[in-house]
Design a protein around this ligand. Structure first.
Ligand SMILES: [Zn+2]
Length: 222
């Protein structure tokens, strides 16, 4: 295995540090993403969490317990890059998973975590990895330019100890680049992008692939 720093550089096309967004742009991107994802049925109730890297290096993230389809600016809060709240509110319980992704990928400026039915069902059926091959839609992922590609989506056991879960995710990502997202079993999907548009594209592409996999399983059954 090549050394990790080299692997990480190969992980996404552009690893130069991205400039983040000013607060009003970041919070609006999070609010709009919530409406879109809720319309698609991928962020039920108060589940899920979203974040955007800010231009001063802090991070805008959804506060804990907010309904993601009806976010307003008051539901978005500021944390530092270590995940510590910079306001007297509680950020999402899974904040550490977001900050770990920003540390790993200097080019990432948006992270989305969703709880769709299809992601939840597939993560309970497969347990360790989902492998997608020969799908034209693989080209929706940054760095993939042919359907003749193989995307491995790891599945980690759910864990309420987020620091422990983050360590497990980090170890896997160190050993298996490039990674485009991951599932937590019985729980949901994490993916990221160089901007919110790319991140949303990754969510849509994963959801399309999940739907295809589940449809094939139904068709194959007697
Ligand atoms: Zn979650």
């Amino acid at each position: 295995m090549a050394d990790n720093s080299q692997n990480r550089e190969e992980d996404v096309n552009e690893q130069t540090a991205a400039l983040g967004s000013p607060w009003p742009v970041a919070s609006q991107a999070i609010i709009d993403a919530g409406r879109f994802l809720h319309q698609r049925g991928w962020v039920p109730a108060t589940s899920s969490n979203f974040s955007v890297r800010l231009d001063d290096g802090d991070i805008a993230i959804t506060a804990s317990g907010c309904h993601k389809g009806a976010l307003d600016e008051g539901a978005v809060m500021r944390i530092n890059r270590a995940g510590e709240p910079l306001e007297a509110r509680r950020p999402s319980a899974e904040t550490l998973l977001h900050t770990a992704l920003y540390q790993r990928y200097p080019s990432a400026t948006a992270v989305l975590h969703t709880h769709s039915v299809n992601a939840t069902v597939l993560s309970r059926l497969h347990r360790t990895t989902l492998v997608f091959e020969d799908y034209e839609l693989l080209k929706a992922f940054a760095g993939i330019d042919t359907h003749e590609s193989r995307l491995v989506l790891p599945i980690f056991p759910n864990d309420q100890d987020i620091a422990r879960l983050s360590t497990l995710v980090d170890g896997w990502m160190d050993a298996h680049p490039p990674v485009h997202g991951y599932l937590i079993a019985g729980h949901g999907l994490y993916t990221w992008g160089r901007d919110m548009a790319e991140c949303l594209r990754h969510i849509e592409a994963f959801e399309f692939l999940f739907e295809c996999e589940l449809t094939m399983m139904r068709v194959k059954r007697p």
